[in-house]
Structures are given as structure tokens and as C-alpha cells.
Design a protein around this ligand. Structure first.
Ligand code: SAM
Length: 325
């Protein structure tokens, strides 16, 4: 089975093509050790069941179980929920979305990393089909209260229950975490919503661009540039670019950079090589499957600024880098 990741899958992905069948799409985010996901696949043989998870050990475990049990309608993808929801799915394509016991570290100050927050919920609503279902379970009362408020303020979703949440969900197969919570005497809170016919929240599409590439003229040598390198952090709007390390090779520098954009984090390397005397080419290394987002173009532009700042006669000769909007 080919390993799937949001860095290597097409944006957006044609799920019918990937599963080899046009069927309703059921998605579980953060499936952990996968009991619930595999049960979904067995319960819905007529659906494509997709799990999204960031933890490698969970992915390996569930990939092996899918293989061993020859479950043809389940696949798992290595991705954060945010990146998958933004980049892999088209609007109105998901029939059921399940989130079970997210964010066990829930603290108010971690708000920006929380799965249940306005922006992420808006993408989920955008990706659900009219009539589609949204299910959430948590064992943290503060998380339940926060989610109830958020869901009540979501015009695209209707509560399927008469109360904000239920404390039992008959017929449910407990997840690993849920079983542990029950054994430790913690109560769980279950939510069930239906996507209605209200217009979907607007979600800006992030376009992939041609790979950034720049030619820089500089009187300096690669060695001088290497010694001038210092780690630095930059911010452009809601994109953060960190220059981490420089590595020196034969006629080449490798510049390790971390780029954080609202929908994706990428850890990439740029290659700086001398293609003619005093003429340097700056381009992305293919290491780690970089996706050419506006954030990577911002990183290339910032590296170009850094290179030209090192000498008064240094200048950019040609660039294929998207300007700031
Ligand atoms: C507390 S565990 C619950 C696992 C499983 N759902 C269960 O109930 O047993 C939370 C899971 O969500 C995953 N996770 C957390 N944040 C995530 C994100 N932003 N995107 C995808 N998975 C995430 C974690 O790796 C972990 O496996």
C-alpha cells in the first residue's frame, strides 16, 4: 500500500480515483490507533473511509491493520487536519466528518493550536456536503462547552439533538482514548450536527505556484556567504519564515528554512550554487517534497534580500518569485 501524505498527494485529491470507486466519503480526523476508523470502514462498505493523522506510530499501526485485514475501502493520510482540510478536499465533498477526543492537552492559552476553532470549523463546514454529518466527542467539559458555543454560532450546521451534547451515544464503538476515559471514570460528551443548505463559509484557495528560482550576482564567494549566515526570523503578514542553518558542500550551500503559513508548515532546503563566476542560483531542493506555496516564495525573496544585503554590489539578476500581494 502506497503511503499517503498531504505533501505528496495532488491538491486537491480526486478521492474516487484514489479509492478506485466513486462512493460517499467519510473522514475521521486524529484517528489514533484506528479502532473507530476500521469500524467505520466495516460498517460502511459502500463508502470511502479516510483517516487523517499526524502521529507516525498511529499511521504505521493502522496501515498494517488495513493491509492485514484487506480492508479495501479505508486509507490513511499523514497530515495535520488543517493542511488536509484546506489542500486535499474540494468544497461540498465530505459526507461524514468525525473527530474523537482531540486536543487532550486542552488549555485556554493553546487556543491557536486547537482543532475546534472558528477558522478550522469553517473549512470543515465548507468541505461537508449539504445533508452531511459532523460528529465530535470529548471528555473535557471545558472543551465541550467551548465547542457547544462555537457550533451554536455556526449557521451552516444544525444540531441533530435537542441538547448541546449527549453523555451517551448508543451503538458507538469506543475509541482507545474513550475506553481509557471510561475506565478512569471520566464522562464523555458527544455532538452530532447536520450540514444544512446555508451558503458555505468562504475559504480562500491556496494556489500552488511555479518553483521559486533566483539568480543573484555577488562579488562574495560561497564560503564568505556561509560564514555570514546567522539564524533569523521574519514575518510577512501571517507567514513566518525562519532561517535555521547553512551547510557548506562542494560549490553549493544548503540553507535550511522553516516556513509557517496559515494552512501548512514546511521544513525545506534551498540550494545556493555558483553557476558562473559571481553568479549564484538560488532554488528549492526537492528534499522533503516541498510544495510551492506563497510562503515558500516569501522565503526565497527573503533569502534574496539577505544575499544582496551582504555586499553593496550584490543584486538580483533574474527571479521567478511571486511578489508580496
Ligand atoms: C487524544 S488522541 C485521540 C485518538 C483517537 N481519536 C482516540 O479517541 O483514541 C488525539 C489524536 O489526534 C491526533 N491529532 C492531534 N492534532 C491533530 C491535527 N491537528 N491533525 C491531525 N491529527 C491530530 C493526535 O496525533 C492523536 O492521535
Amino acid at each position: 500500500m502506497r503511503k499517503l501524505s498531504s505533501l505528496t498527494l495532488p491538491w486537491p485529491t480526486d478521492w474516487a480515483e484514489l479509492f478506485g470507486a466513486e462512493r460517499p466519503l467519510i473522514v475521521e480526523i486524529g484517528f489514533g490507533y484506528g479502532q473507530f476508523l476500521l469500524h467505520l470502514a466495516q460498517q460502511h462498505p459502500d463508502a470511502n473511509v479516510l483517516g487523517i493523522e499526524i502521529a507516525n506510530r498511529c499511521l504505521t499501526h493502522v496501515e498494517a491493520a488495513i493491509d492485514r485485514r484487506r480492508i479495501a475501502n479505508a486509507r490513511v493520510v499523514h497530515s495535520t487536519a488543517e493542511t488536509a482540510l484546506h489542500h486535499l478536499f474540494q468544497p461540498a465533498t465530505i459526507n461524514q466528518l468525525h473527530i474523537n477526543f482531540p486536543d487532550p492537552w486542552f488549555k485556554k492559552k493553546h487556543g491557536h493550536r486547537r482543532l475546534m476553532q472558528r477558522d478550522t470549523l469553517d473549512v470543515m463546514v465548507n468541505r461537508l456536503k449539504p445533508g452531511g454529518r459532523f460528529y465530535l466527542a470529548t471528555d473535557i467539559i471545558e472543551y465541550a462547552q467551548m465547542s457547544a458555543d462555537l457550533l451554536a454560532a455556526t449557521p451552516g450546521l444544525d444540531n441533530l439533538m435537542l441538547t448541546p451534547w449527549a453523555n451517551e451515544m448508543p451503538g458507538r464503538v469506543p475509541t482507545r482514548y474513550e475506553g481509557k476515559a471510561a475506565r478512569q471514570g471520566r464522562e464523555s460528551y458527544y455532538f452530532a450536527y447536520r450540514r444544512n443548505d446555508q451558503p458555505p463559509p468562504a475559504v480562500p484557495a491556496v494556489k500552488e505556484l511555479p518553483m521559486p528560482h533566483m539568480i543573484v550576482h555577488s562579488p562574495l564567494s560561497l564560503d564568505a556567504m556561509f560564514h555570514a549566515f546567522t539564524p533569523a526570523q521574519h514575518r510577512e503578514g501571517d507567514t513566518y519564515v525562519s532561517f535555521l542553518y547553512a551547510y557548506s558542500g562542494r560549490n553549493v550551500l544548503l540553507l535550511e528554512v522553516f516556513v509557517k503559513e496559515p494552512t501548512i508548515d514546511q521544513h525545506v532546503a534551498f540550494l545556493l550554487s555558483e553557476r558562473a563566476p559571481h553568479e549564484f542560483s538560488l532554488r528549492l531542493s526537492t528534499m522533503g517534497h516541498p510544495r510551492s506555496t506563497p510562503g515558500l516564495h516569501a522565503a526565497a525573496r527573503l533569502l534574496g534580500n539577505w544575499l544582496t544585503s551582504l555586499h553593496p554590489d550584490a543584486r538580483v539578476v533574474t527571479e521567478m518569485v511571486k511578489d508580496e500581494d
